[in-house]
Design a protein around this ligand. Structure first.
Ligand SMILES: NC(=O)c1ccc[n+]([C@@H]2O[C@H](COP(=O)([O-])OP(=O)(O)OC[C@H]3O[C@@H](n4cnc5c(N)ncnc54)[C@H](OP(=O)(O)O)[C@@H]3O)[C@@H](O)[C@H]2O)c1
Length: 317
């Protein structure tokens, strides 16, 4: 009899194939090969989830409630927020904020600052937009929601002492593997706009930002993570990628499977090392092809943070 394949080998074989890793096969195989024991209790902790009204954010919020955490659910859809209030009872606050509007981001961050306790933020809100749109401040929406809003919140909350040990998790996308980080193209323009490209560039920027934020954090400070959910069947995927949704339907993860990696990063003790990209409870490479590798990732991160600070200053934030 041959030697059974070890944990690392099975996982690496699966990770080598996009379909195997990103589809529902990923968690189905890894939960056995990598011996996933369930995540620990979160009683007494508070988690803020953006985009909690639908899809992955909704699944994550439900899981946090099951684990005993208090949840602050953020979204725009008032009837979904009302449903969440009914489901979550005393464990849940549901706040309506539009993350494409920097004034709302400012109000949200300051409201969050006054929570008695805030342990984890899951920056999950996002969308792949079919056409070029701008925010009340005149920014391209994909960049504003995925990159600038979470950075602005991180900046405001970083000055708060509400947290004990805070984990900040960005829900990125495997789509970012198609794009090289380039500040010059991060904010898409109306001319030649392609939603998938703008989305993948913003998601790549989230990964660069997570590494940069971790680099700047003092030892013992916050932990920053990027996590991608693979491909999951959500209302967002059905509306933004209808053909992909139909063609890949049997392969798509459930929202719970897509949200699992983020929930695990939020809950597991001790907190895993920060600054990297995760999928299915393991840290993953940030490039799948040489085409996206840049000369100096640390310089990319530093220039991204300076750029975001400059954009926020221009906008009086
Ligand atoms: N599903 C996948 O396979 C997949 C793959 C890769 C990455 N992702 C990422 O996972 C995250 C969740 O996606 P999903 O598939 O669960 O999509 P979804 O079902 O469309 O949910 C998106 C959530 O984001 C919120 N949102 C969007 N724009 C917002 C804004 N301007 N202000 C406040 N909230 C906003 C929505 O809130 P309202 O409905 O209340 O407006 C909704 O709760 C996104 O960041 C997405 O890019 C998903």
């Amino acid at each position: 009899m041959g030697t059974p394949l070890g944990r690392g080998t099975v996982d690496r074989l699966l990770e080598a194939t996009v379909v195997g890793s990103f589809s529902r096969l990923g968690p189905l195989v890894r939960q056995h090969s990598n011996d996933w024991s369930d995540v620990t209790s979160m009683v007494g902790r508070t988690v803020l989830v953006t985009g909690a009204t639908s899809g992955l954010g909704r699944a994550a919020a439900a899981r946090f409630l099951q684990l005993g955490a208090n949840v602050v659910a953020v979204g725009r859809n008032e009837s979904a927020l009302e449903e969440l209030r009914r489901e979550g009872g005393e464990q849940l606050l549901a706040w309506r904020f539009d993350l494409s509007d920097l004034d709302d981001v400012d109000r949200l961050a300051h409201q969050a600052k006054h929570l008695n306790r805030l342990d984890v933020i899951l920056h999950n809100a996002g969308a792949l937009l079919g056409s070029y749109t701008t925010t009340p401040q005149g920014l391209e929406t994909t960049f504003a929601v995925h990159v600038l809003a979470p950075y602005a919140m991180t900046r405001v909350l970083g000055r708060s002492d509400a947290a004990r040990e805070r984990r900040v998790i960005f829900m990125t996308s495997g789509g970012m593997y198609t794009q090289r980080f380039d500040l010059a193209t991060l904010e898409a323009t109306r001319e030649g706009y392609r939603g998938t490209t703008a989305y993948a560039r913003a998601k790549r920027a989230q990964v660069v930002l997570v590494a940069a934020l971790q680099d700047r954090e003092p030892v013992g400070g916050r932990r920053f993570y990027a996590v991608h959910p693979g491909w999951a069947a959500t209302p967002g995927v059905a509306s933004s990628l209808p053909a992909f949704n139909v063609l890949t339907r049997p392969l798509l993860r459930t929202p719970d499977q897509g949200a699992d990696g983020a929930v695990w990063l939020a809950a597991t003790d001790p907190a895993p090392v920060g600054g990297g990209l995760w999928l299915d409870r393991e840290q993953r490479p940030v490039h799948r092809t040489k085409k996206t590798v840049t000369a100096d990732p640390k310089a990319d991160g530093a220039s991204l943070v300076s750029y975001l600070d400059a954009r926020l200053a221009e906008l009086g934030f």
